[in-house]
Write a protein that binds this ligand. Sequence first.
Ligand SMILES: Nc1ncnc2c1ncn2[C@@H]1O[C@H](COP(=O)(O)OP(=O)(O)O)[C@@H](O)[C@H]1O
Ligand SMILES: [Mg+2]
Length: 249
Amino acid sequence: MTASLEVRRLAYAYPDGTQALFGVDFEIARGERVALLGPNGAGKTTLVMHLNGILTPGHGTVTVAGLPVGKDSLKEIRRRVGLVFQDPDDQLFMPTVREDVAFGPANLGIRGEELRRRVEEALDRVGMLDVVDRPPHHLSFGQRRRVAVATVLAMEPEILVLDEPSSNLDPASRRELAEILRGLDVTVLMVTHDLPYAMELCERALILSGGVIAADGPTREILADAELLAAHRLELPYGFALPRAEHSS
Ligand SMILES: Nc1ncnc2c1ncn2[C@@H]1O[C@H](COP(=O)(O)OP(=O)(O)O)[C@@H](O)[C@H]1O
Ligand SMILES: [Mg+2]
């Protein structure tokens, strides 16, 4: 089966010469939920910006469900890769929630009943259907983040890519978003510093550090490796206990 996302030998230097990625290799199978962990400056945002062609690789390739990211494929790639920015206010700019969620699909030429179905289904999946006619700026931060997720779900993406989805959420909103994300039947790549969130939502985790993949494995095993975490400046919250392993060896 074709992977949802395939990243091969991806290297990138910014115009000022800062080398941010040094040959990143991984793939994500359809339906997987993967956490992307790593210290500040590791290259996480740089990597994410390659997934939908905001940045163009110096070397290497990114392929989304068999389609290579490139100049000629950008429109389809941006439909397939649903990027949810860290700040929902970078994603919501229309007078109503409905118009914000309709914006992407309408750009693809979808109209009428199909557009309405897309919008309402996407909002329903994040529990925000009841605010469809309200202005986004009247919603709470947590609600705006859920609407931001709906704007990309309405594109029926191959993969949902979230940058720090739990940041700035109060505990109840954080838990509600976790329940929503866990219930989605879509491939997910989630950048996070919130290790318990990674544990809760993602069966697999990658550590990106110094522009390379330093670890790739079951989230539980990665979080149980204190030396590995310390080497990459990752810390579990005080008192956090990992769930017990399903298979003890
Ligand atoms: N626009 C830029 N110009 C030059 N260097 C940059 C730019 N953006 C990020 N960098 C550098 O690239 C490296 C990776 O940054 P980034 O991808 O933002 O890491 P992360 O998201 O993991 O914190 C860092 O050394 C950072 O300083
Ligand atoms: Mg970043």
